[in-house]
Design a protein around this ligand. Structure first.
Ligand SMILES: C[S@@+](CC[C@H](N)C(=O)[O-])C[C@H]1O[C@@H](n2cnc3c(N)ncnc32)[C@H](O)[C@@H]1O
Length: 236
């Protein structure tokens, strides 16, 4: 467990994201619903919420299935506190773990599902490949991985549309105040000029290849808007 904040994510990011997350994440409620839809009927209702943030995915998953249990994992103690407060109505059905996504110490256990949103893009390509191999080993047969995350557009036209649609989604959901905060923080990855050392999304094709290489079946994209995609894959 790291003694300090993860290098890539600062308390100021937590502050900004928890204030404006409902606007900054395009169609956030719909994304949460799709992630939980994909976890329906998993072999064991025990799910890891990787980089859980405020615990929105976990709250919806626990609400849907009274048998469900979740492990909340995040590098930020502030986020874990917020998630714990959100999940107070579900006593005894969740645990919290502070860990860095880059580390491998936490990569053990037997889960029916792993869900994650807006975090795996902090790993580089090699890190994602290793993560997918490790997650495959952490799932029981028939277990399901579901990931919502930014993807790297394959070309300039797709990037321009992702940038435009993301700006529009933020304004539609949060109005002028959210749009100004989004622009000030330079949060729209698709408008940034060059490679970013902290945010390193991969293309849809790369994710699907790496998931298959890790041993997953039925790797697919089921939702995509404004550069945000939801993937699913199953351990055979
Ligand atoms: C954009 S937020 C997404 C939170 C949540 N999954 C959601 O969709 O609302 C990214 C989350 O990843 C966490 N995070 C960022 N870098 C991390 C790292 N290296 N290790 C562990 N957690 C990290 C942050 O603390 C934050 O909670």
């Amino acid at each position: 467990m790291p003694a300090e904040q993860p290098a890539a994510w600062r308390p100021s990011d937590t502050e900004l994201f928890t204030t404006h997350g409902d606007a900054f994440v395009p169609h956030r409620r719909e994304q949460i619903a799709v992630v939980c839809d994909l976890l329906a009927g998993i072999p064991e209702p025990r799910v890891l919420d990787l980089c859980c943030g405020e615990g929105l995915l976990s709250a919806e998953y626990l609400r849907r299935d009274t048998r469900a249990r979740v492990i909340l994992l995040d590098g930020s103690p502030e986020m874990l506190d917020k998630a714990a407060a959100r999940l107070a109505p579900f006593p005894g059905r969740w645990e919290r773990v502070r860990a860095d996504i880059h580390d491998r110490d936490w990569r053990r256990g037997a889960f029916g599902g792993v869900m994650t949103s807006l975090a795996v893009h902090h790993l580089d390509g090699a890190g994602k490949r290793e993560l997918y191999r490790d997650l495959h080993g952490m799932l029981v047969p028939g277990g399901v991985f579901v990931m919502a995350d930014l993807v790297e557009p394959a070309g300039a036209r797709a990037r321009a549309v992702a940038a435009e649609h993301w700006d529009r989604a933020v304004r539609d959901a949060g109005g002028d105040e959210a749009a100004r905060a989004f622009e000030r923080a330079e949060w729209n990855y698709y408008r940034l000029p060059g490679p970013d050392p902290l945010d390193t999304p991969s293309s849809v094709a790369e994710h699907l290849t790496w998931l298959a290489d890790a041993g997953f079946a039925d790797a697919d994209v089921v939702w995509l808007h404004a550069g945000h995609a939801i993937f699913t894959a199953t351990r055979p």
